[in-house]
Design a protein around this ligand. Sequence first.
Ligand code: C2E
Ligand code: CA
Ligand code: CA
Length: 725
Amino acid sequence: MKEPAAPDLYSALDGVSWPVLVTAMVQGEHVISYANAAFSAMCGHPIAELVGRDDDFLDGLTTDRSVKADMQAVLTEGRGIRRTIVTTRKDGTPYRTDVAIDPIRNASGRVTHLISIYRPTDDTGDPAATIGEVDTNLPSIAEHLPGYIYRVIMRTDGTIDTVYRSASLAQMLGTDNSQVMRTFDNLVYPDDHDAVYAALRKSAAGMSVFREEFRLVASNGTLHWLRSRAMPRRTPNGEITWDGIAIESSAEERWESEIANQASRDPLTGLLTRAAWLQALESELTAERSESATCAVICSDISAFSALNERLGQIAGDTILRETAKRLAKLAASIGGVAARLGGDEFAIMIPDCADQESLSLCVGSLSEAFAQPMQIGTECLTVLTCIGATFNQRLENETMADKGIASEVMTQAEIALRWAKQSGRNTPMLYSPEQDDRHRNEAVLARSLEHAIANDELELHYQPLVELASGRIVSAEALVRWKHPTLGMQRPDRFIPLAETSGLIVPLGRWVLEQAFRQHRLWTSAGLAPPPVAVNVSGNQLMEPGFVALVEEALKSQGANAANFEIELTEGLLVEPSPQIMASLHALRTMGFTIAIDDFGSGHATFRYLRDFPVDKLKIDQIFVRKLVLESTDALIIRAIISLARSMGIGLVAEGIETDMQRSFLQQEGCAVGQGYLFSMPLVAEDFTWMLAHNVSLPMRGPVEQAVPGSPTGPDAVTGAQLG
Ligand code: C2E
Ligand code: CA
Ligand code: CA
């Protein structure tokens, strides 16, 4: 009897006449996963009685316990051991046996299994009868190996000889055994020859394990990669002997990954491993059940776990992982879910019958609560922060259900949600949604390509007129940046300015905007158009940059511009906590001749009294008050308050977002002289604004265009000259 791991390996071992035992590492215990008939015969336990049990039960009173400690070394140091041990049969009689224990690693290099090959010595314990002895047993094990067994000897004069190679080598290379024995050196790929011998000498010098990868050339010319390892032994006559095994790398890797895939329990926490859990999820998602049934997945991850691990040590780190796993498993059990450790500090629960989003939220809530409980780690009482992402998968129609990899798809969704939770910087659990995903994806694409936008000439400045409400005359223009993205199309600043700010790209972008605005103004002047002042938006982060004022000065100089023709618009958010740096920059800009305007005034958290300390020339009433404006509403009150404030302080005033005649007349009536909004014009490409200046138009222009434009933020961003004409 055996577990279905590594069928190749196990069926190969079935035919071996030496006793063989394979143990899997489960939660620090050695659980027998395979025993062959020879092992069963040796110890007297039927195979069925062996598999699945901790190998401790094989120990008798006379068992040498030191071998257990050595096995630990196999695990921690990954080296094989050779021992003669005394152990006990089922009937209680002690017996003596040689054992070679070697680690089996998974693809990531972790030791997952130990393989022990025994050779019972006669009961007198004849030391000559040791495991490495070449005898009639060898060919039978070797026949089944994707590789071969060998004995190499280094004589006292330093010469190295191979005295035995199993027949499987000749089979592998497609030649006959005598040929192999005679001309072995010719079979080693020439480039690898010296390395093999050098590794043997090194192993002999340090009596350390010989480990080498090399190629053999088959008779048909194909190359076989072999991986070999052996412990050197010194014989009484002073020679050094290696009894080793060389396995074809590809075959070995195949075994290892199969074993790893099948090892379904995480040794540290006892939860399912990622592979096993994904398999369970896959079968849950593809199971034939009621169509309305749904399956949810919650993923979680411990915040800054590596830092914790570093600070508290690995033992404490393991305790945190185990405690987290315990809480997860407890919740999973209470809701009929299945918990797993996905790897590292990442955990998951699958909830097979999650009725709806509300129940999922409840589960997520309970999990957050469980995680938020402090845990005792050594002498410290810690509260470990955990991020949570979840997804809710409506079970799909039959044909889609059969699709392979649906589990990993759902898994990806949960992990995406988890990433959002991490990025949010707060401990708020996130639920996956395709819309949100699209947004994030686009953002990621934008963030990556923003870097090249300036160099690729993808930015554009549009100009929105500001008009005197009484006459419709253009009194200034606001420069608004646009990004013509090569694949995603025209992007509004709200989509990319925040990205530019978090990535630091706002500095070069801001510089480009300033230079472009300065240049355009000069072009208009040279064309004799008497352009009005142009306002440029500047974000708080730009102002915080220590070199910002110098950058503006340089841009002015390079474009031959005069600061008196420009305004700087700042968002009100800045006023909440004006740093000395920002105050200094504003004063410097004002001294240079710029007009300073506060954008979106009234919507931020700042109180009006901050205005006193700021060098401000102008307020722009936030468009949210204008948009919802109904006479005698609170918005009307706020607008009136802002207007009287500006008046009392002698500050200029602009109303933004005017879309209707009603809004315009209200503002005009209340004493706001200047306005901006779709009623007059959308932001225009430079040529169209040029056209307006050249024709000295007053706004709004009455005509067919007007119907298409006002109140439609999704409408055409720029009105073309043709339409205007
Ligand atoms: P903002 O400074 O408040 O700019 C006004 C925004 O309102 C512009 O959006 C404009 O197109 C829009 N708008 C104008 N009239 C109307 C109207 O009647 N109704 C409605 N619903 N909207 C109107 P845009 O161009 O998308 O700009 C959004 C924000 O991006 C700007 O808000 C500004 O804060 C920022 N921004 C734009 N260009 C730059 C820049 O060069 N640098 C920086 N740092 N920020 C910029
Ligand atoms: Ca603005
Ligand atoms: Ca504004």
